[in-house]
Structures are given as C-alpha cells and as structure tokens.
Design a protein. Structure first.
Lengths: 92, 143
C-alpha cells in the first residue's frame, strides 16, 4: 500500500511564518554561531528549512521574511529526496 | 626591559592609530573571533622572527614578519577593505625605523580570505618584514 506523506507535519511544531513574494509558508530557522577564517571571524549561520515547493526556486539575492525579519538568500540547496530545501540566508 | 621585538610591535600598533574606518578597533594579537558588530577591525600580530649571527660582529640580525589583518564585512569584502589597506600601508611605511627600534620595514605581500557568512566576510592579510638588530646576549638592546 502506498504511503501518503503529509510533509507539512515536519514543519508544524517548530516552523515560523516565512514569506517571499506571493508565497507564504512555514519554515524552521536555525541560527548557530560559527567561527570562520581561521578563528578570526564570528558569524551566524542562518539556515531556513522549508518545503521545496514553496521556496525551492529562490536564488542568491532573493528576499525572504522569516518570523517578521527580512533576510537575503545566499544559496538554495535541496536536501535528501528534494522535497525540502535548506536556504542559507543572511540578515538584510 | 622590553625586547626590541615587543617595542617594534607596540610601535606598529601605535602607528596604526587613525587608520581609515576602523576607529578604535585595532588589536594586538587578538585571539578571540570578531563579531559582525565589531568590524571593520585590524589585528596586528607577529608571524615569525628569525635571526642570523654575523661572526664579524657581536650582534644578531633579526627579520620579523608582522601581519596586519584587515577584517571586514560587506557584499564585496576586498572592496570594503581597500581604503583601510591604503591607509594602514602608508602609516606603516611612514615610520621605517619603528621609532628607532628597527632599521627597515618592507611590505612582502597581501593575502585574501573571502568567505560567505551572515554577511560576506573578508580577512585581508598585509605582511611586512621588519629588520632590526640586537646584542647577542640581550634582546632589549641594540649593539
């Protein structure tokens, strides 16, 4: 019997409202600190996990609002089977 | 007494006061990473210091590599760093004896480390060699 997945369940508990253009959907925002450049720079690795159908077409420079704050997309990467996408984003 | 090495490093740090766009964010050998709100900034640090002993004179000839790292954030980090590099270079080259502690300062190269971050980040390293002399048995005194 084929299993019918409801992928929105993955985002239900920890997802926040994200909007880019005319699309509004849930996404999970992670923001761990990171040290780069041989220990010289402290940065925040903002990563948004969302449905690829919602935000998979965003490209570098696209604007997205996450939980009320505006970010700019750095890169868009499909994960696993391609149903979800991870967006590297930066505070605008 | 303070070694010539330390006197030179301190002098370079002092000479960099007023470098374009960095304000008071000029650090000596800072080992903690710099956050976005602390940039642009400069970090002055020694990289190496090698010597030769001339048998005809009781002295040590030292060649110290000093690095001035310019740490910036911006869409084009090396472009953001450019006026800072121009400014620091002229400040260092305006005092070739480091207040009398050295006999020459020479630029040796610039390195670029550009990385993605929450805003594009750049660490541009400006290396200089500082040539100075000490007594064989006393690093704080000139021969």
């Amino acid at each position: 019997m084929a299993l019918t997945e409801d992928l929105d369940i993955f985002l239900e508990d920890f997802g926040v409202t994200c909007t880019s253009g005319a699309t509004t959907a849930q996404g999970i925002l992670d923001m761990p600190s990171q040290v780069i450049s041989d220990g010289m720079v402290l940065t925040t690795d903002f990563t948004l996990t969302a449905r690829a159908t919602a935000f998979g077409a965003l490209v570098r420079g696209s604007s997205i609002t996450v939980d009320g704050l505006t970010y700019t997309v750095r890169e868009t990467m499909l994960i696993d089977d391609g149903n979800f996408v991870q967006l590297g984003i930066q505070r605008t | 007494m303070t070694t010539r090495r330390e006197s030179i490093l301190a002098r370079i740090r002092t000479n960099l006061t007023g470098t374009t766009n960095v304000g008071t964010r000029i650090y000596r050998s800072r080992v903690e990473p710099l956050a976005r709100g602390e940039l642009p900034a400069l970090v002055v640090e020694p990289i190496s210091d090698v010597c030769v002993q001339l048998t005809s004179a009781p002295s040590l000839d030292w060649t110290m590599t000093v690095r001035v790292a310019v740490i910036v954030r911006g869409d084009i980090p090396d472009q953001v760093a450019d006026p800072i590099i121009e400014s620091l270079h002229s400040k260092i080259m305006a005092d070739l004896t480091c207040n009398g502690f050295a006999y020459d300062v020479q630029p040796t190269g610039v390195g670029f480390d550009l990385q993605e971050a929450d805003q594009p980040s750049g660490v541009i390293t400006c290396d200089f060699v500082v040539k100075y002399r000490t007594k064989v048995a006393n690093l704080a005194q000139s021969p």
